[in-house]
Design a protein. Structure first.
Length: 414
């Protein structure tokens, strides 16, 4: 990869957490790093003064790979794992995994869940390992929180009677038959999903169990599962679990076939038809993806015609995606009511597209969905509504900001 191609790839990096890998001309990893914003971090290597050692590394960069992560914390974990595996030349720390703790789930009928160092693990050939983790204190605290949610065994040898942890609801007491092997393995499966950061799958699994419990009128079990889902969102140090909960809620309430991981939202802005413009913002996994925001100066509409403007920007956006063979979003969101929704639907139909589509009215915040007659009315604390509001408000902010730019240009031009 030449320098021009490398810079082009860097300019297209997302402003999101993740891990980046610099490679030399042979394709070997020479440095692995983590970032809160991949684009800003990687660009910094090519836009500032560097020490001699870093300059030597940058001179050898011939390729770049990256992996997105749901949070900076997860990026730190992935960075440690990749450095341990690839042993890049310019990484000094993290190469020796012996100094970092792991979580081990033992291979037994009723597995233990323990923090360990790999070198002194109990059953290295059969146990499951998660890690390494760079912050031992935070790891132990997180594991305590997970145990409060799910409850699992930590004793090295099962006692003949239920211990204090059972009374504290931190262990389901397999030692005295309070839980079956199958039931306990189900708990361990959910702990594993959490440790693998498969939050969406975990929450959907718990939500499905909650629905089944409610249908069977086992309201105590349903309430327990509800509390588990809420607690999972509360213990995370970042927004990733909360975002996943919102996406799951949005999928269910709108009747979507897929989790709306990519949402694109549109709004328009003008004053008496002057300097009319439109905006499109993109959210990925519940968070803004500013690298994929787009601005539209209205070309085909004159005067005050919000409907015509929405039609134009929607059609221009997806005609472009069709032409370039790019991936379409999981949900298109329009700032407006039923009429705005219908206009956007017609614009998509002219392109032969049938995308999931919804709109949100400004005042009562009713949600209109393509193919449904009545609006969906969500309570103020609904996770799905909180997400839709954030996306709608960001689209509005972006449209107004572009409108101000156009007005300033017109004033200066005069």
């Amino acid at each position: 990869m030449d320098r021009c191609a490398l810079k082009a790839k860097i300019s297209g990096l997302p402003q999101a957490p993740g891990v980046y890998i610099f490679k030399d001309k042979s394709g070997r990893a020479i440095y692995i790093g983590k970032a809160k914003s991949l684009k800003k971090r990687v660009q910094s290597y090519f836009s500032r003064l560097l020490d001699a050692k870093t300059q030597a590394m940058v001179a050898r960069i011939a390729g770049l790979e990256y992996a997105l992560c749901p949070s900076e914390r997860q990026a730190r974990i992935l960075e440690a794992e990749l450095v341990r595996k690839k042993q890049p030349q310019y990484n000094i720390e993290l190469k020796d995994d012996k100094s970092f703790p792991w979580i081990m789930i033992t291979a037994e009928d009723f597995p233990q869940v323990l923090v360990c160092r790999r070198k002194d693990s109990l059953k290295p050939d059969a146990a499951l390992y998660f890690g390494p983790y760079t912050n031992a204190a935070a790891l132990r605290q997180a594991l305590k929180s997970v145990r409060r949610i799910f409850g699992f065994r930590s004793c090295r040898k099962m006692p003949g009677s239920a211990c204090l942890y059972y009374r504290l609801k931190l262990c389901p007491a397999p030692c005295v038959g309070r839980i079956s092997r199958r039931g306990y393995q189900d708990i361990i499966k959910e702990v594993g999903l959490f440790l693998e950061s498969r939050y969406s799958e975990l929450i959907e699994r718990l939500a499905q169990k909650m629905r089944l419990a409610s249908a069977a009128k086992d309201f105590e079990e349903a309430a327990k599962l509800r509390d588990q889902i809420s607690a999972l969102s509360a213990i995370t140090s970042s927004d990733d679990l909360a975002c996943i909960t919102q996406l799951e809620d949005l999928k269910r309430l709108l009747g979507l076939k897929l989790l709306p991981q990519r949402i694109e939202a549109f709004d328009v802005s003008n004053i008496s038809g002057q300097e009319a413009c439109g905006s499109m913002v993109s959210f990925h996994k519940g968070l803004p993806d500013k690298n994929n925001y787009r601005r539209f100066r209205i070309k085909s509409i004159s005067g005050i015609d919000d409907y015509g403007m929405i039609s134009e920007v929607v059609q221009r956006r997806y005609a472009r995606l069709l032409k370039e063979g790019l991936v379409f979003p999981d949900l298109v969101l329009i700032d407006g009511g039923r009429s705005h929704l219908m206009i956007a639907q017609k614009a998509l139909a002219r392109l032969g597209l049938d995308l999931p589509l919804a709109s949100i009215a400004k005042e009562e915040e009713n949600i209109y969905i393509k193919g449904k007659g009545n609006p969906v009315k969500l309570s103020a604390d609904t996770p799905a509504l909180n997400l839709i509001r954030r996306v709608r408000d960001e689209a509005h902010r972006f449209a107004v900001a572009y409108h101000h730019i156009l007005r300033r240009k017109r004033v200066i031009g005069k």
